[in-house]
Write a protein that binds this ligand. Structure first.
Ligand code: 4NP
Length: 191
């Protein structure tokens, strides 16, 4: 594959090419071809199920259910088959959000299947990139907090070993990020 460096593009051409690569996950969204999102963390019981539940909630609130397919997965298999962590559920429920997930492990075929794959932290991101050995799906693997208007250190911190305050913090980060993500995708919805 040719890259900007190899074909000796001018500086503005290189910027345009880079911008195209960065936005390749954006496409026209229709009821016939819903946009597919997969939120990914380590165990798929705390952070990614919370992101999934919040995004479902926001999509329903906006009346856009038919335009999205929303899922989550973990890079590890420790908790496969389990529902969301009880503290994640309690926190989400307090905010009126239901978490419907059953933990599953992220698989190679998911790289092809989804339009946008959102890693909660840089370890999840690295694991996803390792699965995408040839870099075929580079442009659709993103950090969740790339979409956060207040991105902090860029990570959604793992709340698993801590108290309820950590789960509340995760909820706040994910609600803000999901809101911004839906705002970015909405203009691509076509009837
Ligand atoms: P999650 O949190 O990746 O947000 O689901 C964790 C869940 C389980 C473990 C670690 C993090 N664990 O080590 O079992």
């Amino acid at each position: 594959m040719l890259t900007g460096n190899q074909i000796n593009l001018t500086f503005p051409q290189q910027i345009k090419l880079t911008a195209q690569r960065m936005t390749k996950y954006l496409r026209e969204i229709s009821r016939e071809d819903p946009y597919k999102l997969c939120f990914v963390c380590l165990g798929n019981i705390c952070r990614s199920p919370t992101a999934e539940g919040i995004f479902i909630h926001k999509v329903k609130e906006a009346g856009l259910e038919q335009y999205f397919y929303i899922d989550s997965a973990g890079t590890a298999a420790y908790h496969v088959g389990e529902g969301a962590n009880s503290k994640s559920q309690a926190t989400a429920n307090k905010h009126g959000v239901h978490l419907p997930s059953r933990a599953r492990r992220f698989e190679y075929t998911d790289l092809e299947e989804f339009d946008l794959i959102l890693a909660m932290d840089s370890e999840n991101f690295r694991n996803l990139k390792q699965l995408d050995r040839k870099g075929l799906y580079n442009s659709k693997i993103k950090m969740m907090r790339d979409f956060d208007p207040n991105p902090g250190d860029g990570e959604v911190p793992d709340p698993y070993y801590g108290g309820l305050q950590g789960f509340e913090n995760v909820f706040t980060i994910l609600e803000r990020s999901c809101e911004a993500l839906l705002r970015e995708l909405s203009p691509y919805i076509k009837d």
